[in-house]
Write a protein that binds this ligand. Structure first.
Ligand code: SF4
Length: 366
């Protein structure tokens, strides 16, 4: 089954298949090897559908990069995966748990099944090698029987695909602008046509014009090649434009997820609402931006109840005792695609006054 997700800007409105290319189940990560490690991810469930752009957003330190790197087993020490599974499903239906792969299986899978464009990746090109040689090395590692001519041809194709002329193949990184270096990193990540591409703040170091060009390029490439993307950023406005679905993280947990446009027009979690109010609107008149009062909890000290409670205008007594699970939104019109972790959505039969304050027009699920 396929659904078309609405997008007013036309960037993230590809047909999104319901079949899952990546299923993260109960992923937990601790930092530190002491008797009292910090639980930075706590049983996270998240699906990436084939062909979609999934945006992952939240304030710094919420665990979004940790989630992506742990899912691909790229987490450096002292990060330690303490539980969960990450199922990768091929188009043929074959399922493999990335967390259970042997080291040789993992090496064979990287770049071919999954690839990452890291934060600040444009600065990770080796300054003493030509960019073409660096991309060819990545291809040769996985296709050792390919000829040099075949690899050269492929690099030329990849550069053109990301909007760089073939004759730049002999350029050194310092001869390219920041935007071009970032495009080279995207070309390298796509060299072996992975099913899943993780992009961690890929446009953060670029100016606004270059950010837009790169984002449009990613959208075009996704349409052409059909890969799936997890796009990580703290900039929710950017995600609304490029993502089909968005997952919002807070204190190591997913607190809301759903179709991007629906979340933009009617966020259901108080944290998502506050996050959206912190960024300029996409269209229409300018509005006054409000920050989110307070700071995220110090996970090293542990949390009790809803981690957002100290900052939440709608906090109730139950919020201080119990951490809400991610479940269906209380608003009937949202449908099953919308999930929220908030006690306001627990009590659909006994409407809490706070819910009517947020969504007075809402029709509640029975
Ligand atoms: Fe606010 Fe309570 Fe919902 Fe947490 S569970 S976001 S404290 S209303």
């Amino acid at each position: 089954m396929t659904t078309i997700l609405a997008d007013e800007r036309g960037l993230g409105n590809a047909a999104v298949s319901d079949d899952r290319v990546l299923s993260i189940e109960g992923l937990s990560v601790d930092y530190g090897f002491t008797d009292q490690p910090t639980h930075v991810l706590r049983g996270v469930d998240l699906d990436l559908h084939r062909g979609e752009v999934l945006g992952l957003a939240g304030e710094s330190g919420c665990g979004k990069s940790t989630l992506a790197y742990a899912a691909l087993r790229l987490l450096p020490p002292p990060g330690l995966i303490t539980g969960g599974s990450v199922w990768l499903t091929d188009p043929s239906g074959r399922r493999r748990d990335i967390l259970a792969m042997t080291d040789p299986q993992l090496r064979a899978s990287r770049w071919v099944d999954t690839a990452v464009v890291f934060q600040g990746a444009m600065n990770s090109l080796n300054p003493v090698f030509q960019i073409g040689a660096q991309i060819m090395d990545a291809i040769k590692a996985h296709q050792p029987h390919s000829t040099k001519q075949q690899r050269l041809e492929r690099v030329g194709e990849l550069l053109e695909m990301v909007g760089i002329a073939r004759d730049r193949i002999s350029s050194y990184p310092h001869q390219l602008s920041g935007g071009m270096r970032q495009r080279v990193m995207i070309a390298m990540a796509l060299a072996l046509e992975p099913q899943v591409l993780i992009m961690d703040e890929p446009t953060t170091a670029l100016d606004v014009v270059m950010q837009r060009q790169i984002v449009e390029q990613i959208a075009d490439l996704r349409q052409q090649l059909g890969f799936s993307v997890i796009f990580i950023t703290h900039d929710v406005s950017l995600l609304i434009e490029i993502a089909d679905r968005i997952a919002i993280m807070y204190a190591g947990e997913i607190v809301e997820q759903g179709p991007a446009q629906a979340m933009y027009h009617a966020a259901r979690h108080p944290y998502t609402q506050a996050l959206l109010a912190s960024f300029p609107p996409l269209h229409g008149p300018k509005k006054e931006l409000t920050g989110i009062p307070g700071a995220p909890p110090d996970l090293a000290r542990g949390t009790v109840g809803c981690p957002f409670a100290p900052r939440c205008a709608f906090s109730m007594p139950i919020c201080l005792e119990s951490d809400p699970a991610l479940g269906r939104s209380a608003v009937a019109a949202d449908g099953p695609d919308r999930q929220v972790a908030c006690h306001l959505h627990d009590q659909v039969d006994d409407l809490p006054p706070a819910l009517t304050k947020i969504w007075p027009e809402s029709r509640l699920a029975s």
